[in-house]
Ligand binder design. Structure first.
Ligand code: SER
Length: 594
């Protein structure tokens, strides 16, 4: 019988185990990637470590361990069921060109059996089956055999299951081996295992063997020093160890549900209530996001945050919470998590202020918007007959009343209506094009929320990226970017210090493109189409197959989330203020516009 452990105990066991095996503990990076503007959130423990997995030297050494805050938005609409989360914590250990499969698997095996108490007979593992890019991972399988995992418990699966990365479009990746343990329930049949899909076998750990760097043109280049990247989800493993079905039933959410129950005055507003789960999950994620400096807005991270808070408010109303409540829950999150993530208590005041502001603003939005929404549904016979809200009307609710599309869709669904979402996007695009053409209207969700200075600096990074490739060669690839209102900072792969002549030439090329006042256009195309057209750029988070492609005249074509200036002339002039080393094989340029 395994002893149930808490999340705090799990974090402690894991970190201490890897420390005792020579790993340095590092701090969780923020939820907003520091050097990757193409990626909204940190989605895995390895994400902040990409430069090091590609060969840069890490100041803490070659063996690292941490617990990393992560946020994934891919399943945001599924939150409400007992399993999906946006925010979660990931434990991990890394070898940066140090140990590889032999030691990584030995440590995973030791941790599972000695620290978590699994018997080796109840562990099943999967290994990579091999394909045209990489061979079958017999090596990993034979190491598992050596540790006594029975042959019939070792499975070989394809790329879909046993390959990880790259986190974006290019970068470190490789075969992985995943570890599964059984829920206490009967087998589904003779071949019940990791691949059967019945849910009995729970993946609790993933060891990725990063042997390749996938290039933008789809090649898998072996890495000189292969790395190990592992990930173990704190919420999932905690629930498993406690023998409960979902993370919502663990102590990680207990205090939050107690608060929700008190606020709503309802005993049933607990982990098995869908609305309460949404409030709990979204408020936890939102508190962490504000703690990391995100503010509610209509773009990028701010938009996701706004969506989380607003959905939490709507769901709270359904369980009888009509008073202002966000700060009561935020206070619970702050007090329960600050010992692991001290930034929460450090940012307490900001967190409270932002929640109050957003709650007030949304209160007004809801009141006016709901009135308008009901008018739409009740009074116009056309809608009643077709049970479809037109894209134009949905857009009007968005534009005039600040109703996010998802909210309109959800409210419509509750009344048995559908929303013409394609029509909404058409109306959105049309409006955006009008704004870009110079109309004075402010557009919520477009450039209006970003300062023009930031957008111009962002545009300058595209011009700089292309100019560097022209002057230094095609090996130049962006490895990081950071923009403040005053300057841009651009990290890129290049082995040597740039000469004064090269710097002057890069500056000249960028200024030439500024003087040409090139038009900047944005198209949404499939990733495949973007690649075919020769676009450059990373695309960190998997938004699906459609990406935004920014074209600047015939000079630059790059996949990017935006926003950008509408024409290069807006940049006025470009000046490099510093060129320096960022890490091994990576140079850094700081530049300003004038
Ligand atoms: N990067 C891998 C994952 O996210 C292992 O950490 O599963």
């Amino acid at each position: 019988m395994r002893t149930p452990i808490t999340a705090a105990e799990l974090r402690h066991l894991f970190i201490e185990f890897f420390k005792s095996h020579g790993h340095a503990e590092i701090k969780s990076a923020p939820l907003v990637p520091e050097n990757d503007p193409t990626c909204l959130f940190t989605t895995a423990g390895m994400h902040p470590l990409v430069p090091y997995l590609l060969g840069a030297k890490h100041p803490s050494g070659k063996r690292l361990t941490d617990v990393q805050k992560c946020l994934r938005t891919g399943d945001i609409d599924e939150v409400g069921d007992p399993f999906h989360l946006t925010f979660f914590e990931m434990l991990g250990n890394w070898s940066l060109g140090d140990y590889f499969k032999e030691e990584a698997i030995a440590m995973s095996f030791a941790f599972l059996t000695e620290k978590l108490g699994f018997r080796k007979e109840e562990i099943k593992v999967t290994c990579f089956a091999g394909d045209e890019n990489a061979p079958k991972d017999e090596e990993a399988a034979s190491i598992w055999r050596k540790h006594g995992i029975p042959e019939q418990n070792i499975y070989f699966l394809g790329k879909k299951d046993n390959w990880w990365g790259p986190a974006g479009q290019s970068g470190p990746c490789g075969p992985d081996t995943e570890m599964f343990v059984p829920l206490d329930r009967p087998d589904c049949g003779s071949d019940c295992g990791p691949a059967c899909g019945c849910g009995k076998w729970v993946e609790i750990w993933n060891d990725v063997f990063m042997q390749y760097n996938k290039t933008l043109d789809g090649q898998y280049i072996p890495l000189e020093h292969p790395n190990v990247d592992t990930g173990m989800g704190v919420e999932r493993v905690t629930a498993f160890m406690q023998g409960v079905k979902s993370a919502y039933q663990t102590e990680l959410f207990r205090g939050i549900f107690a608060c929700i129950k008190e606020l709503s005055g309802r005993e049933d507003a607990d982990y098995d209530c869908r609305s309460a789960r949404i409030v709990a999950e979204h408020m936890r994620a939102a508190t962490f996001l504000i703690g990391d400096g995100v503010k509610p807005s209509n773009v990028d991270q701010g938009y996701v945050l706004r969506r989380l808070i607003r959905r939490a408010i709507r769901e709270a109303r359904k369980i009888g919470i009509t008073q202002s409540f966000t700060n009561s829950i935020a206070a619970v999150v702050i007090s329960e998590y600050s010992s692991v993530y001290p930034e929460l208590s450090q940012q307490e005041t900001v967190i409270h202020e932002e929640f109050i502001r957003e709650e007030e603003q949304f209160g007004k939005t809801l009141e006016n918007g709901t009135r308008e929404f009901n008018k739409l549904i009740d009074r116009i016979p056309e809608f009643v007959a077709k049970k479809v809200i037109s894209g134009k009307h949905a857009f009007n609710l968005y534009e005039t009343y600040g109703f996010p599309l998802e909210l309109t869709v959800e409210m419509a669904k509750e009344r048995g209506f559908e929303v013409d979402e394609t029509g909404f996007h058409e109306a959105y695009e049309k409006h955006q094009a009008l704004s870009r053409a110079g109309a004075e209207q402010k557009f919520k969700g477009g450039l209006a929320d970003q300062s023009d200075a930031t957008a111009a600096l962002h545009t300058a990074t595209h011009l700089l990226h292309k100019a560097l490739r022209k002057v230094l060669g095609e090996h130049v690839a962006q490895s990081g970017s950071n923009i403040t209102a005053e300057r841009l900072r651009f990290d890129f792969s290049h082995p040597d210090k740039m000469t004064p002549e090269q710097l002057t030439e890069v500056e000249r090329i960028v200024n030439e493109q500024i003087q040409k006042d090139l038009p900047i256009t944005c198209e949404e195309v499939s990733l495949e189409e973007a690649r075919k057209r020769g676009a450059i750029g990373l695309f960190g988070e998997k938004y699906g197959e459609v990406v935004k492609l920014y074209t600047m005249g015939d000079f630059s074509m790059e996949i990017c989330g935006g926003p950008h200036a509408t024409h290069t002339g807006a940049l006025k002039s470009f000046k490099i203020v510093k060129e320096e080393s960022s890490s091994r094989g990576v140079r850094r340029i700081k530049a300003v516009l004038g």
